[in-house]
Design a protein around this ligand. Structure first.
Ligand code: SF4
Length: 413
């Protein structure tokens, strides 16, 4: 592994990139380094108002009453989606000092934080007795629904190398009796209850692992999305409702079927790695079954169905530098990826980045993500591309999603 040169500190990066919001830079650094909580910071969390339980497809919190702040908010409303990571070498520490919670580093206060608020529906149960927080987790302003919590690329050992969905699912199935598939009646009732809270949640988000079965590849995944989206849609008077789906790359027939038969308004399929050679190594299942070029073509084709500004694609930023076959330098990675991101923008598709977290249970669990400066350069460049091509990113902005430092920059006009 090449020796890493000295990296700029948070303060140095904030000074150097003074055209970017410092909150966004702090967020990216906390996501790449992760956090731990002091005992008094955990004690300061209040089960009645803070979200201390969450059942997601990549991690769960509070399953056995081991309550824990699910995540953090900064003073300007920026979400930081992060949590303790066993492999983290240098995490930020969340501490509770004189009645307030803070991110601290090396014993010094970096910034004040709030714990995510708990929506009212979290305490309720469906008519079948399912706790509603098992059906839908929540970000500060979004309902998250995972219709299917397993990915069948894992069946043949071809899951994406940064992803832990299979190991997380197997652990939860044994420890917490978690089913792979959500019940559509449970979903209908949970969304109905969630919508009763005024001024809180403003969009509905769905994602799932890939389901490869069906007459044509992904047909069963398409059917499941349609069933769940129709159940959600029963709660709305209009046909369409504010919504996003991150799914496998469906072909035009499958996308048209979902669009026409449900209230879905926007579509995301993640290309994950913006380079065919690295994609083939890091995402072997997607590469073998569909291939990089076809995955990309399908995302571009979705713009004709959903409309410009309603389609984007996520990357797991940083995995392109993983060892041993990743790019040798951050500069090389940025150059190659941004050329590719520009082609997406030319075709009406925004690229949004998630900061790569080497999750336990993934093939890359012991690797190190790149420097903070890398993430800031990438965020600024992706935001600039959107401005150059006049691409709206409201579908994945700081309120609806909150996981992408680059779309946080797009909130400033
Ligand atoms: S397609 Fe890849 S990233 Fe998505 S759930 Fe499956 S293994 Fe994980």
């Amino acid at each position: 592994m090449p020796k890493r040169k000295r990296e700029l500190t948070l303060k140095e990066v904030i000074e150097k990139y003074n055209d970017a919001s410092p909150f966004t830079i702090i967020k990216a650094d906390v996501q790449r380094r992760s956090v731990i909580y002091t005992d008094r910071a955990i004690k300061a969390a209040d089960k009645n108002i803070h979200q201390l339980q969450s059942r997601g497809i990549f991690f769960s919190v509070g399953e056995k009453k081991d309550y824990f702040p699910v995540s953090l908010l900064l003073r300007d409303g920026t979400s930081i989606i992060t949590g303790p990571l066993p492999s983290a070498k240098n995490p930020y520490i969340v501490d509770y000092i004189d009645g307030k919670s803070y991110l601290t580093d090396g014993g010094k206060i970096v910034e004040e934080v709030e714990y995510w608020p708990k929506p009212d529906y979290y305490e309720k149960f469906t008519s079948k007795g399912t706790p509603m927080w098992h059906v839908a987790t929540s970000r500060p302003q979004r309902i998250d629904i995972d219709p299917y919590s397993y990915c069948h690329f894992w069946d043949t050992g071809k899951g994406c190398k940064y992803c832990n969905i299979g190991s997380n699912f197997n652990k939860n199935k044994i420890q917490n009796n978690k089913p792979a598939r959500l019940d559509s009646q449970d979903v209908y009732e949970t969304v109905k209850e969630a919508l009763k809270e005024p001024g809180s949640l403003e969009s509905i988000f769905l994602t799932a692992g890939s389901i490869l079965s069906g007459e044509e590849v992904f047909d069963d995944e398409v059917s499941l999305y349609i069933e769940i989206l129709q159940a959600i849609g029963e709660n709305f008077k209009t046909k369409k409702f504010p919504s996003q789906m991150i799914s496998s790359a469906f072909n035009e027939r499958q996308l048209q079927k979902i669009y026409e038969n449900t209230g879905i308004m926007s579509y995301t399929s993640d290309i994950e790695v913006l380079n065919e050679e690295k994609f083939n190594w890091i995402c072997p299942g997607k590469s073998k079954l569909i291939g990089y070029k076809e995955w990309k073509r399908r995302i571009f084709a979705a713009v004709d169905i959903f409309g410009r500004g309603n389609v984007d694609s996520g990357i797991v930023a940083g995995v392109e530098l993983a060892r041993p076959y990743g790019f040798e330098t951050e500069d090389e990675a940025l150059k190659v990826m941004l050329e590719e991101a520009e082609e997406f923008a030319e075709n009406g598709v925004s690229i949004v980045q998630c900061v790569w977290t080497p999750y336990p249970g993934s093939v890359f669990q012991n690797q190190e993500n790149p420097s903070l400066e890398y993430y800031v350069k990438l965020s600024r460049s992706l935001d600039n591309l959107r401005r150059k091509y006049d691409l709206n990113i409201d579908l994945d902005n700081y309120r609806r999603c909150g996981n992408h430092p680059d779309t946080d920059l797009s909130r400033v006009i």
